[in-house]
Ligand binder design. Structure first.
Ligand SMILES: [Zn+2]
Length: 339
């Protein structure tokens, strides 16, 4: 039986519709990979990229020993040089394209699929995100930073070499702002963090919990917008990904590996997005009390969203996603996969 489910963190409704038959989406095959020699993101191609901002290296004195590298995107959405000047024209407001757009080459090997990353590779990617978030938060003009990874054409990836991206914005990203708003309302009403309450409910019900270790829990959210969607969050309340410790980084790497490997087997290395949501820097908001108690009510987390299909007109018209697999079904399926 189909069912409407509510996701309080986004104030959104999702339709779980296991009986709905979908036409398979046929997308053209992506073009064949270019010859490796033209891939500037391979080991040894360090001089072919824009100047490096950050790197993790096995040996800091050997340039080619990198595990992750970060540099400005050659085709940025935004640039720090553009002044963040805003203007209003009637009901329309705009801000100059101010911000930062960074490329994170998270893998020296070409075309390594997200689902094949090791725990150490995920740990290094998360360490890179953490350090870049901390650096970008120093810029007083930046209001929020988002980090994500696009794996595959359906997930918006245009470059075949495995990479992630970090974008710093002069306003609070709308999806993050929504989380702040719903979490604040829940805190004001219940006196507790909304995601802590969701995690407690998941641990109590045990229907959708996938895996947990010392620091992290991975679960299928109650109202997932995507087939096989997974959320990963710290078990003990924490608002700031930027404060992640070394021990927690290792556990996060292991949690990501557990999820990615099983998604790879269940969905045959799907196109997938990873998105990270954390507390923005506490400054310059037009509402004076916007950040009041944010460390108590906001809970950072990661979302993994496999992209097995396109959305349709109903989803555009209603704003409700349709998910043909109930999260309880795919959670138990993923847990049965033995690696
Ligand atoms: Zn919490």
């Amino acid at each position: 039986m189909n069912e409407f489910r509510y996701q309080p963190l986004y104030d959104e409704w999702v339709i779980i519709a296991p009986n709905r038959v979908r036409k398979p989406v046929s997308l053209p095959e992506p073009p064949p990979p270019p010859a490796e020699i033209s891939d500037p993101f391979l080991t040894g191609g360090e001089s072919k990229t824009p100047p490096e901002i950050y790197a993790i290296r096995e040996n800091p004195t050997i340039a080619a020993s990198w595990k992750t590298r970060v540099f400005p995107n050659k085709f940025p959405l935004l640039a720090l040089e553009t002044p963040p000047v805003s203007s209003m024209k009637g009901v329309y407001s705009s801000i100059g394209g101010f911000g930062a757009h960074e490329m994170v080459i998270d893998q020296p090997k070409p075309n390594k699929h997200f689902c094949l990353f090791s725990a150490d590779e995920f740990r290094d990617l998360m360490l890179t995100f953490r350090d870049r978030f901390c650096a970008l938060y120093q810029d007083q003009r930046i209001a929020s930073v988002v980090a994500f990874k696009n794996q595959g054409a359906k997930a918006g990836n245009a470059i075949r070499h495995s990479h992630s991206q970090i974008v710093a914005l002069p306003f609070i990203a709308p999806r993050l702002a929504k989380q702040i708003e719903t979490s604040r309302e829940h805190y004001n009403r219940a006196g507790r963090c909304l995601l802590c309450d969701q995690i407690a409910s998941e641990e109590n019900e045990k229907l959708r919990v996938l895996v947990r270790n010392r620091y992290f829990i991975a679960f299928a959210p109650f109202a997932p917008r995507y087939e096989f969607e997974i959320w990963i969050a710290p078990i003990v309340h924490n608002s700031a990904f930027t404060l992640l410790t070394k021990d927690a980084l290792s556990d996060l790497g292991e949690t990501l590996e557990w999820c990615a490997k099983r998604l790879g087997i269940a969905m045959e290395n799907p196109d997938i997005n990873l998105a990270l949501f954390t507390e923005p820097p506490r400054r310059n908001h037009r509402k004076a009390d916007y950040f009041h108690h944010i460390e108590r009510f906001f809970h950072w987390h990661i979302e993994l969203a496999p992209r097995s299909r396109s959305s349709d007109g109903f989803e555009l018209a209603s704003g409700c996603a349709i998910n043909p697999i109930a999260p309880e079904t795919y959670a138990s399926y993923l847990k049965e996969i033995v690696i």
